[in-house]
Design a protein around this ligand. Structure first.
Ligand code: PHE
Ligand code: ZN
Length: 877
């Protein structure tokens, strides 16, 4: 394995495949170590490809057992086979059939790509390039084939055999073995192939599509877990109905199966008719899952289901177009969740994720365009930028063209590209036609990395009753001006100013498409406060000089819930960023700005907390330490930020304490109220727990008592875990006792222990490193399970800024050692962990140089995987 300079694949080098594969017949005989696969491929030269060239099939770690062409064995000089490829030097210039027999070892497959076993269950993961780990193939998304799959296994080991498409036959295969045949009539690329074989139980129901198709829907889980699959099953039905109602998309097979497995690199996978999930995003019960887990399950079930159209029926021409399916499908799942829950609350959550994950990525060495132009390892491009910024681009498009043309554009996109592998250009074309707009300038959003900054200045002319706004956008690194939809309005001292008008603002939206532009509102009776980028109408950073008083006007009177929340956040952010620098004094006294902020929150809570607890919980929540670091931007001192945030929490807790206690009492469910994961109940829990967090910050003794009581009395995981998290920040015996008891109570619940690992990894204390070292020895911890690694090591890097960024470098070293160890078994997870170094250059110099040293050490490790070599090279660049 030589990894110095991984070869770069470039968008501009795209060429159609030399050959196409119309039909694939697979015969897979499952066995723990010697699984044999016979692939019969109906090949033909691609009329759009280069004629007369060799046929080069991809392979990765496969053993070739046999090969014939149209039933004839090939002479040895006609082909060359290695574990990583099979070349036919002179393929026929006409359609032909290739029969390839390969062997793979699913038990030894620790990369969790291709065919592997998770807790004994055979399963596959083929995106992006795992199919070549099963058989030699043209493993690229623009080669679409109709698959028939025969799966054979020992009946006892694998009574359930699932494939893509519809089941067409099943029976005995002798010697205790049985088989099932599945046929998928929809042409698909190899990355959507899947099979499952194992001992599984299911919950099942039926759904009738708007076209009248009767669909058998099932969720498969490990035996005994069926009660925990009901919520996911319900989410499938809601997703099916919603895609029909919102987008006119019906399901297109007779069965839809979801399978939960415990070893999975990502969240879930949209294989045609057979979605395979990380069990974390399927299994839920009130005792084991938090409200956030329920929301995630609903969103990810929807996401994978929606891929059936946005990704499967219309797929991607090449991996540079990944956002074509991912950004679009995230947009679709966000819209679904907004319809199922509270739109405003959901939008705030989306933006928090975007700012916490995507903005730092876009500001660091791993920044890339939503449609990258080059990659060394595609698995490193399943990023917040492709997914979340990709979704924001689709959202901006819908804002620009308006609801009806947007829907018509989606219909046109599906109609024109059904059964094809499409590009971002194909997508935009559909909307250009339906809206009559030229979208060429808008398309630049796909091409440039970096978060645009928009500066805004406002000026009121009382005599003329005129208000002018001046916008300018920075052109990062020579980018042309972007097309930026600005949803906006004006707010006065006692409410929205609805009589003001401005010709450039249509349906509440102004489109900024030049470097700078001015707007004039007339008929403005008082000095207004501008409410800009309502609903976060574009993924930009906004710079505008507003006073706290003006922001409080927005919090009080804006009609846009997102901007009300944003106003409160901006005030808190200013307080935190000003005090979160190394130079700031360790001011315990809060100062007048913090006082005023607390008073405004008090008034807000009195007026609205009980009417919309979910929203109130968000308003009460302070920006995270990572958010503050991103705001400060350079010379970051995580300890100073931590102190500043602790001090503001304490201050708010003191100022609001009584009110928060009253709120907690008012929001307590009557004893015996059955648990419901619905948004309203979840919102009440969120506010009670946000209140407890501040109470405990101000008064740790009282906080300890309340948290302990809540841990004991909780009837659901949300409340129990929130209390444990709050207690985990208060050093002392009660914390240790509570952690120990929790660990024992859930000793046989891996997904709950993940939460327990994560809470402990995030404790902002020097002793946490030793604690993590102990937890790595815990019976339930395992380096081969991605969820466990993410829970303990990932949470440390992500949620414990003071310890990860320790001055002595010990936090960096812990991560580096984990990355090195993991790289030998699961490079994808190793590379993902390594991305936590992404902001290293922005740390204050002492920490930054420590991080740099440790990155250089990783880079020098011989035999790094391409995944890790790529991340480390780009992080250091
Ligand atoms: N395509 C999956 C999704 O829905 C993500 C994924 C990518 C899963 C690669 C596995 C491997 O987002
Ligand atoms: Zn997806």
């Amino acid at each position: 394995m030589r990894t110095e300079t991984p070869p770069t694949i470039r968008l501009e080098d795209y060429r159609p495949s030399s050959h196409l594969i119309d039909r694939v017949e697979l015969d897979v005989r499952l066995a723990p170590h010697e699984t044999r696969i016979t692939a019969t491929l109906a090949l033909r030269p691609n009329p759009a490809g280069e004629p007369g060239v060799p046929l080069v099939l991809d392979g990765d770690d496969v053993i070739l057992l046999a090969l014939d062409l149209d039933g004839q064995a090939l002479p040895p000089d006609a082909y060359a086979a290695t574990p990583s490829g099979l070349t036919l030097h002179r393929p026929p210039a006409r359609p032909f059939t290739l029969r390839i027999e390969t062997q793979v070892d699913p038990t030894a497959n620790t990369k969790l790509m291709g065919l592997y076993r998770s807790n004994g269950v055979y399963c596959t993961q083929c995106e992006a390039d795992g199919f070549r780990r099963i058989t030699y193939f043209l493993d690229r998304p623009d080669v679409l084939s109709v698959y028939t799959t025969r799966i054979e296994a020992e009946r006892d080991a694998a009574p359930v055999l699932l494939g893509n498409g519809n089941p067409v036959a099943a029976g005995e295969a002798g010697e205790g073995r049985h088989y099932a045949v599945w046929h998928d009539p929809h042409p698909k690329p190899a990355y959507l192939f899947a099979l499952v074989g194992g001992r599984l139980d299911k919950v099942a129901t039926r759904f009738t599509t708007m076209e009248g198709r009767d669909v058998a829907v099932a969720v498969y889980v490990e035996p005994g877990q069926e009660p925990r699959a009901d919520y996911a099953l319900g989410a499938v039905l809601r997703s099916m109905r919603w895609d029909e109602e919102a987008f006119g998309r019906a399901y297109d097979l007779d069965v839809f199966n979801v399978v939960a497995v415990s070893d999975f690199n990502m969240g879930a996978m949209e294989n045609k008719g057979l979605n395979i999930f990380n069990d974390k995003y399927v299994l839920a019960s009130p005792e084991t899952a938090t409200d956030q887990d329920y929301a995630n399950i609903e969103a990810i079930i929807a996401h994978e289901y929606f891929h059936n159209w946005s990704g499967n029926r219309v797929t991607c021409r090449d991996w540079f177009q990944l956002c074509l399916k991912e950004g679009l499908t995230v947009f679709r799942d966000q819209e679904f969740s907004s319809d199922m829950r509270s739109r405003a609350v959901h939008r705030i959550g989306e933006v928090r994720t975007l700012r916490a994950r995507q903005f730092p990525e876009d500001a660091g060495p791993l920044a890339h365009p939503v449609r990258p132009r080059a990659y060394a390892e595609i698995n490193n491009f399943y990023t917040a930028t492709v997914y979340e910024k990709g979704a924001e681009i689709v959202r901006m498009l819908s804002t620009l063209v308006g609801p009806a043309p947007f829907r018509a554009g989606m219909d046109r996109y599906y109609a024109q590209n059904d059964g094809r592998a499409a590009t971002v250009e194909d997508f935009l074309d559909a909307f250009a036609v339906e809206s009559g707009r030229d979208l060429a300038a808008f398309a630049q959003w796909y091409e440039w990395p970096g978060t645009p900054r928009v500066e805004v200045e406002g000026r009121y002319d009382a005599a003329e009753r005129r208000y002018t706004l001046r916008f300018s956008q920075d052109l990062r690194g020579g980018a042309p001006p972007l097309v930026i939809p600005v949803a906006l309005g004006l707010v006065g001292a006692s409410g929205p100013i609805s009589e003001a008008t401005c010709p450039e603002v249509r349906d509440g939206v102004f489109v900024l498409d030049r470097t700078s532009a001015g707007l004039t509102f007339t008929n403005v009776p008082e000095a207004p406060v501008p409410s800009l980028f309502r609903g976060f109408s574009a993924p930009v950073r906004v710079e505008i000089a507003l006073s706290d008083a003006e922001r409080l006007t927005l919090l009080r009177h804006d009609t846009d819930a997102f901007n009300r929340w944003q106003a409160a956040q901006s005030i808190a952010m200013r307080l935190l960023a000003d005090r979160g620098t190394a130079r700031a004094r360790e001011a315990e006294d809060a100062g007048p700005a913090a006082q005023a902020y607390a008073e405004a929150l008090a008034a807000f809570l009195d007026a609205e907390a009980l009417a919309d607890p979910a929203f109130a919980a968000l308003v009460l929540g302070l920006p995270g330490e990572g958010d503050v670091a991103n705001e400060i931007g350079s010379d970051i001192d995580p300890d100073a930020i931590h102190r500043a945030r602790q001090s503001l929490r304490r201050h708010l807790g003191r100022a609001l304490g009584e009110r928060l206690s009253r709120l907690r009492a008012d929001l307590t469910e009557a004893p015996g109220t059955p648990f419901s994961p619905d948004a309203a109940s979840a919102g009440r829990r969120a506010l009670r727990n946000a209140a407890l967090d501040l109470i405990a910050a101000a008064d740790p003794v009282r906080g300890t008592a309340l948290a302990r009581a809540q841990i004991d009395e909780a009837t659901n995981m949300t409340d129990r875990l929130a209390a444990l998290g709050i207690l985990s920040l208060i050093p002392g015996e009660p914390r240790e006792a509570a952690l120990a008891a929790f660990g024992e109570r859930y000793a046989d619940e891996p997904l709950v222990l993940d939460k327990w690992f994560a809470i402990q990894a995030a404790i902002p204390e020097d002793a946490t490193l030793a604690r993590i070292a102990r937890l790595r020895q815990h019976r339930a911890f395992s380096m081969t399970n991605p969820n466990r690694v993410r829970a303990l090591i990932g949470s440390f890097a992500l949620a414990n800024p003071t310890q990860f960024n320790r001055l002595d470098g010990a936090g960096f070293t812990l991560l580096a050692e984990t990355v090195e160890a993991l790289d030998r078994t699961n490079p994808q997870i190793a590379a993902k962990l390594l991305t936590n170094f992404g902001s290293w250059r922005r740390l204050e110099p002492a920490r930054s140089s420590k991080a740099g040293e440790i990155l250089a050490r990783i880079k020098a490790v011989p035999g790094l995987s391409r995944d890790v070599a790529d991340i480390v090279a780009r992080t250091l660049s």
